[in-house]
Structure formats: C-alpha cells, structure tokens
Design a protein around this ligand. Structure first.
Ligand SMILES: *Cc1c(COP(=O)(O)O)cnc(C)c1O
Length: 369
C-alpha cells in the first residue's frame, strides 16, 4: 500500500511512499517493454522493434526539413490535408478517418470512447503487448484467447468469448509477435458471429507486408460492416516510426467519438507533412516493402532449413519459439551485436533487417540449434 510514514523525508523513500496513490489498475500494470536500443558503435543490428531498415526517402526528408521552420505554430488540429489524403486512399469520406500520435494512441482513444469500467475487450494472446496495458488503463477487463500452436488467431474461440459485457474485439493481423495473418474468409465468419453492437478493431499495422492467398480486403470489410474500425500506421512500411503517426478508418459515426477522445493537436506538424509526402511516394515505398518481403522469405527459409519451426510470417518479423531458453539466447544475441525482442519463457521476435543483418541472424540462429 502506498502510504507515507510520518516524518519520512520524501527523497529517501521509494516512489510508492507518497500519499498520492495512483489507481490500482495503473499500479498493477506491467510496463511496456520497448525494443532494446542500439549502441553508438554502428555495428549493432537493431532488430527489436519491427522498424523499417531503410532511412527516410529523400523526398520525405526534404518535406520534413522544409516544415521545420513552422514548429513555433500548433499543427493543424484535425490533420486536415492528411485525413483528406487518407480518405482518398481508402475510398471513404474524410469524416471516416481519424489520425493520432501513432496507431497505439488511436487505439487508446477508441477504447476510451467505447469502454466503461468493467466492460470486456476480447483479443488474442500472445499478441501486441500494448493491448492489455491500454485495456486495463481504461478500467476495462481483458479477455485473452490463446493463439493456436501455429501462432494464429483462434477466431471461433474469440467469437465464443463474446458476452453481454463485451464492447470491443481486437484482431491483430498479421499478429505481432507470432506472424500469421487472419484470412478474409475467417474474418467474415467472425463478423457474422459477433453482435453488431460490438466494435471490432482490426489492427493492420503490418498489412503492406502480407503475401497471403486470401488476404483481408479491408475496403470490402468496412463497406459491409459499420462496426469495424481499421487501424493503420506510418511506423512500419512507411518508415516513420520516429514521427508517431497512425490512423483509424471506419464509419463516420463510429469514428466521431474516437475523434472526440483524441489528444488535441495529437499529430505534430512534421509528422503530418512527412505522412503526406510518403503518400506521394507510394510506389517507391512499395519497392522497399517488396525487398523486405523477399528478405523475410530468405530468413524464414533459412531458419526452417536449420530445423526451426517458424510460424507463417506475414509481417516484417519472424518468431522463434525458444521457450525456457529465451533469456539466455537473447543475451547471446546482444553479445553478438543483434538486438532482438525476447518474451520471457515464450520466444524471440526478430525484425527483418538489411541483408547483412539477416545474415547475422541466420549465423546466430544456427549456433542455437
Ligand atoms: C507497431 C505496431 C503498431 C503501430 O504503432 P504506432 O503507435 O503506430 O507506432 C500497432 N499495432 C501493432 C500490432 C504493432 O505491432
């Protein structure tokens, strides 16, 4: 219990000794574990955060530089130009788009808009570690449905987990950190099984990397299901992780409350400008995504040839189920200049990097067999 002893000097006490107590929900939260940061020696391969291995496009960098002189002003609060461009990209009215400080922030705002304390949010597990944190912060109740042994969403089990209290079902496709994507047919079945009053959030942070036989056609899903909210980000395929910009697309009436809950001026000016410039360079960016996908195939094939059973990887990362050896192997990776994202007792997620970085991963993984 966070109680302060009489006469104790504040600076001699741990933080919890202050009489100002945070909500229990917050105190019990695990901290978000960011991917390890690279050292300054230039020799470390940072494969811990699913970042794009390419530097910003020259055109995008020029747009950021040109906008730097305006940062004494607040940004456009509604990111008007960007929301219009995104509306055009997705074939919807701009009123069906809301941008935010990364798609994680947009998800947080959606949960704020739709969940009261005690409401249930169903999602797969293991999945994106931000989910339980955002759900608990909102005072909502996480309902975690285990992924299959192949790391896939068990959508029938997720549909069966929906109760009267369920307000949101979260679908992460491709699933971070295991890799597989949900298929269009499976998603249609889920949507048929879930009541229309439940918001289904489809987190497609890695959609540009999907090369599946039956990929989700999100435009059709949105047109047929007004209870779906699509989440997208500029952090991965677009390579703007450092600027923090993501967005949601959905029915204008579903999006409006999310906009109401959004942080005012949540997307900074440089991010708006860079995202717009990126939308003007889609072809160039797609070529980069194709290269990452090629490298992903090489990495997965190489790992499988070594005897690893790697789940179907549809994002820009691969999953090694290292179980009890996870801590030791992740430490070994760091010693060898490869930063990865360990999940204690479960496995290691490794982002697809430059060809050189992926060679380093293959060499390292071979020593772990
Ligand atoms: C990286 C990631 C995001 C994107 O987060 P941003 O806040 O937009 O950087 C969202 N969902 C998942 C599953 C991710 O892995």
């Amino acid at each position: 219990m966070p109680r302060r002893r009489a006469g104790a000097r504040w600076h001699a006490e741990p933080v919890t000794s202050t009489p100002v107590a945070a909500r229990d929900a917050v105190q019990q939260l695990p901290a978000y574990v960011p991917g390890a940061r690279a050292g300054t020696d230039g020799r470390t391969h940072k494969l811990s955060s699913n970042e794009n291995p390419y530097p910003p496009l020259a055109s995008v960098q020029r747009a950021i530089e040109a906008a730097a002189g305006d940062v004494n002003r607040y940004p456009d609060m509604f990111a008007t130009d960007l929301t219009h461009a995104l509306g055009a990209k997705h074939g919807v009215d701009p009123s069906g788009v809301v941008a935010g400080n990364g798609s994680v922030a947009v998800l947080g705002h959606a949960l704020q808009a739709y969940c009261d304390a005690g409401d249930e949010v169903v999602y797969a597990w293991r999945s994106f570690e931000a989910y339980p944190i955002l759900v608990r912060l909102q005072g909502a109740v996480p309902v975690e449905v285990p992924v299959t042994p192949e790391g896939r969403h068990d959508l029938p089990a997720m549909a069966a987990a929906v109760t009267e209290r369920t307000r949101v079902v979260l679908v992460c496709s491709p699933n971070n950190p295991t890799g597989p994507a949900v298929r269009h047919g499976e998603l249609v079945e889920l949507l048929a099984a879930v009541p229309e009053r439940v918001l289904v959030v489809l987190d497609e942070a890695y959609t540009e990397f999907v090369r599946d036989a039956d990929p989700i056609d999100s435009a059709r899903i949105l047109a047929d299901h007004p209870n779906v909210l699509l989440l997208r980000t500029f952090s991965k395929a677009y390579g703007l992780a450092g600027l923090r910009v993501g967005y949601a697309v959905g029915h204008p009436d579903v999006v409006r409350p999310v906009r109401t809950a959004s942080t005012p001026f949540g997307v900074n000016h440089l991010a708006q400008v860079a995202a717009l410039a990126s939308l003007d360079a889609e072809a160039e960016l797609r070529a980069r995504v194709d290269s990452v996908v090629e490298e992903r195939r090489r990495l997965v094939a190489g790992l499988r040839a070594q005897g690893w059973s790697v789940p179907d990887s549809q994002g820009n990362f691969v999953w090694l189920a290292t179980g009890e050896r996870t801590v030791d192997l992740a430490a070994d990776a760091v010693r060898n200049g490869v930063l990865v994202r360990p999940f204690l007792g479960e496995g290691i997620r490794i982002s697809v990097g430059s060809p050189e970085a992926n060679d380093a991963v293959l060499a390292l993984a071979a020593t772990w067999r």
